[in-house]
Write a protein that binds this ligand. Structure first.
Ligand code: NAD
Length: 261
């Protein structure tokens, strides 16, 4: 167990990559706080199931990651219930696919708030405790779209590039304090977020579902395979371990070779 005694708050972790990372951390003995906007029967059951499967403490902390006050309250709630927050995984994210000239202003604001501003606020709230204990890991789930762009995803690409910048800045500010900050940049991973954007991509590109998957999504992914949530979990575990103490300020692609183009 590489992470026995550690605690983690993973934002947006009731599905997809967030849940994959939470599961991987928990399997290594790390107590975890799951998060999504609201509390439901399903979120309570999910936390109980993960706790039963892994034997670690699993809590669920509802908070809307587009709202700074809720984010700060959530980090403090994790500190209260878990005793401390050693690892922050900024994973909550949304997508909107539309050309810039018709992109709704409120969607721009919502994507930037959820995908970028949230990482600033969790980091700001968690850093005092990490600095006090001289140990911390901040893992920002950016994207291959944090390194390269695609059309019709202006807000998402801007937010993810911003997240890579925030990662570097955070890493430099806390480099001498036992705290690292890195970005994971996934290519396409088969999750609800990807599944949900297929209808919009079909409209934007005027293509069938099969063509969107083959000619848009996996076109740039040389392996021609979706990456997996387990692969994201494995990297998050390594970045959280003491062996990764010298890895900081990086943006690591897990994209089947996409950004090697
Ligand atoms: P997903 O839709 O399965 O998960 C997103 C999570 O964020 C969900 O748990 C959702 O409840 C949560 N969320 C959304 N808005 C929220 C809010 N306002 N407050 C709290 N939680 C909120 O999607 P995913 O594919 O697992 O994406 C997770 C992250 O990985 C995102 O940041 C996404 O941009 C990034 N990413 C995904 C892919 C991919 O191909 N799936 C590729 C690159 C990057």
């Amino acid at each position: 167990m590489k992470l026995q005694g550690k605690t983690a708050f993973i934002t947006g972790s009731t599905s997809g990559i967030g849940l994959g990372i939470a599961t991987a951390l928990a399997k290594e003995g790390c107590a975890v706080a799951l998060n999504a906007r609201k509390s439901t029967n399903e979120t309570t059951e999910l936390a109980a199931k993960l706790a039963k499967e892994t034997g670690v403490k699993v809590i669920y902390v509802p908070a809307d990651m587009s709202l700074p006050a809720e984010i700060h309250a959530a980090v403090h709630e994790c500190e209260k219930q878990l005793g401390k927050v050693d690892i922050i995984v900024n994973n909550a994210g949304i997508q909107h696919v539309e050309p810039i000239h018709t992109f709704p202003n409120e969607m721009w604001d919502m994507v930037i708030a959820t995908n970028l501003n949230s990482a600033f606020h969790t980091t700001k709230a968690a850093l005092p405790g990490m600095k006090e204990r001289k140990w911390g890991r901040i893992i920002n789930i950016a994207s291959a779209h944090g390194l390269v762009a695609s059309p019709f995803k202006s807000a998402y690409v801007a937010a993810k590039h911003g997240m890579v910048g925030l990662t570097k800045c955070t890493a430099l500010e806390v480099a001498e304090e036992g705290i690292t900050c890195n970005a994971i940049c996934p290519g396409y991973v088969w999750t609800p977020l990807v599944e949900k954007q297929i209808p919009d991509q079909m409209k934007a590109h005027n293509m069938s579902k099969e063509d969107v998957i083959k000619k848009v999504m996996l076109y740039n992914q040389p392996t021609k395979k979706f990456a997996t949530t387990e692969e994201m979990g494995g990297l998050a575990v390594f970045l959280s371990s003491d062996l990764a103490a010298s890895i900081t300020g990086t943006a690591i692609p897990v994209d089947g070779g996409w950004v090697a183009h």
